[in-house]
Design a binder for this molecule. Structure first.
Ligand code: GDP
Length: 503
């Protein structure tokens, strides 16, 4: 055992509009020297700062297995309860410390209460940040007292009242109080003795994941303990793979990532679910099964390649049913993806299974039980039943399924490619890309993307396309032309411009 202190992992929760995003942005902006490694600062769902504001963004030696102990803090950069809850519901412990943001003018609001519930259930220490103290027209002192009273009404004892919950007044806008907040995080972290063992096999949790056309599955993994190394064979959230590439939030390539380091990992064979676990704390059986079921469902849908997801939904109440349906309706905005075969209230019975089997639907249950004979029939007929107690879990799982479904059979057509061979300044800070078409044609109105070393840098459209001085609708192989992109993209000479569509 070579346990050492590791940086605390902090999550920020609170009511909508109370300033979570502004706070995360401010901390990142003022404490991270971006592009310090020549990389591109990217959003990977978490970042690490040095609380002293020196701009040190992480371990000093990229191969060091010793996490610096003093003042590093890892922030999970996906505010919102849904992600937090989802990770928790999958059994993942993510954060070590929660910062509860409460706007000074509003005080505690319904989602603040929800956040408090989550934090208490997760048993992580909490720091209250009373935000927006810069606002004109509020008496900060009075509001602070009011909020402390509201907290104590909820049995959260603040430090001044003899409790152990610190309250720090801040302004995420001006930055006032933020150094104090960071100091408090460090202090609470010291008090809680947050430890990790860099010599252990890595364990952690997926905080973001996606499928990149060129890079394949990408997962942001927060290594909580142990060290993850390039070349490691891993199993994470039901997907296996070998760590082919590993990058920190500055896009810097890492050979090894020690405790509390968020990293983007390439090399997995599938896209792991958010909240999926990495490594030694093997996921609970139920967890593994849930992931497996989603997978098998997707496989099934793939085989038949149906274009819609057919659902039989049973819920406890009409109200829940409506909420579920209207949330799932969003998938149908651009054509029918979800097909509601039947919805009703009450337990899942044999007749529901028969119907689902007949049309190839899956059965969703919300706060309902499955009748024993229905269960048996479902097994015999190979009908998949999924039950939930939390609506967003249902929605999120269906999101995963729909996403996977939509990807099936999606084909891309590339109309043309061009090399960027020069750039010219244009107007106020804009740039024109001087291009040579090397393949096909590039026309106005179509989607454009900029590709650099087989990675997509950005997607955009053509605002202007000129051959010499003449504005044209399209340019063909062999033509030289000037392109102005809208929205602007950060292209550079030697990038490739592609005109494409997704079918
Ligand atoms: P979130 O929903 O909790 O992520 O809240 P946002 O960070 O998006 O902030 C909501 C609104 O409050 C935005 O208009 C912010 O500009 C504003 N805001 C956030 N922090 C402060 C602050 O410290 N002072 C003031 N005056 N406004 C703030």
């Amino acid at each position: 055992m070579t346990e050492v202190t590791r940086p605390p992992i902090v999550t920020i929760l609170g009511h909508v509009d109370h300033g979570k995003t502004t706070l995360l942005d401010f901390i990142r902006k003022t404490n991270v020297a971006s592009r310090e490694h020549g990389g591109i600062t990217q959003h990977i769902g978490a970042y690490q700062i040095s609380a002293q504001g020196t701009g040190d963004s992480g371990q000093k030696d990229k191969n060091s297995l010793k996490p610096a102990t003093s003042n590093l803090i890892t922030f999970i950069d996906t505010p919102g309860h849904a992600a937090f809850e989802k990770m928790r519901s999958r059994g993942a412990k993510v954060a070590d410390i929660a910062v509860l943001v409460v706007a000074a003018d509003d005080g505690i609001m319904p989602q603040t209460d929800e956040a408090i519930k989550h934090i208490q259930e997760a048993k992580v220490p909490m720091i209250v940040a009373v935000n927006k103290i810069d606002m004109s027209g509020i008496d900060v002192k009075v509001q602070l007292e009011k909020i402390k009273k509201q907290l104590s009404d909820r049995k959260i004892l603040v430090e001044e009242y003899g409790g152990d919950t610190p309250v720090v007044p801040i302004s995420a806008k001006s930055g006032e109080g933020i150094p104090k907040l960071l100091e408090m995080i460090t202090l609470v972290s010291e008090l809680n003795d947050i430890k990790g063992d860099p010599q252990e096999v890595a364990s952690g949790v997926v905080i973001e994941s996606s499928l990149d056309k060129f890079k394949g599955p990408i997962a942001t993994i927060l290594v909580r303990d142990g060290t993850l190394r390039k070349g490691d064979q891993i199993m994470v959230g039901g997907s296996k793979g070998k760590v082919r590439g590993m990058f920190d939030f500055n896009g810097k390539s890492l050979e090894a990532a020690g405790p509390s380091t968020p990293v983007e990992v390439l090399g997995l064979e599938g896209v792991p679910a958010v909240g999926g676990l990495l490594g030694k704390e093997s996921p609970s059986k139920a967890l593994a099964e849930a992931d497996k079921e989603v997978k098998s469902l997707v496989d099934k849908l793939r085989q038949g390649a149906p274009k819609t997801l057919k659902l039989v939904i049973k819920a406890d109440k009409q109200g829940s049913l409506e909420a579920i349906q209207s949330s799932l309706e969003k998938f149908n905005e651009e054509g029918e993806v979800v097909n509601f075969i039947f919805s009703g209230t009450g337990d899942i019975g044999e007749e529901n299974i028969k119907l689902a089997a007949a049309v190839g639907a899956i059965v969703l249950g919300f706060n309902v039980k499955i009748a024993p004979n229905a269960q048996k029939l479902a097994e015999a007929e190979k009908v998949l039943i999924r039950t939930y107690n939390i609506i967003y879990e249902l929605i999120e799982e269906m999101e995963e399924v729909v996403e996977a479904l939509l990807k099936v059979g999606q084909v891309e057509e590339v109309f043309g490619r061009a090399n960027i061979i020069a750039e010219f300044p244009f107007g106020k800070g804009e740039r024109i890309a001087g291009c040579r078409i090397i393949e096909g044609e590039i026309a106005k109105g179509r989607k454009i993307r900029i590709v650099r070393e087989s990675a997509v840098i950005g997607e955009t459209k053509l605002k202007s396309l000129r051959k010499v001085k003449e504005e044209v609708q399209k340019a063909e192989k062999g033509n030289d032309c000037g392109m102005l992109f809208d929205p602007p993209v950060n292209f550079q000479v030697s990038d490739v411009v592609e005109s494409f569509r997704v079918i």
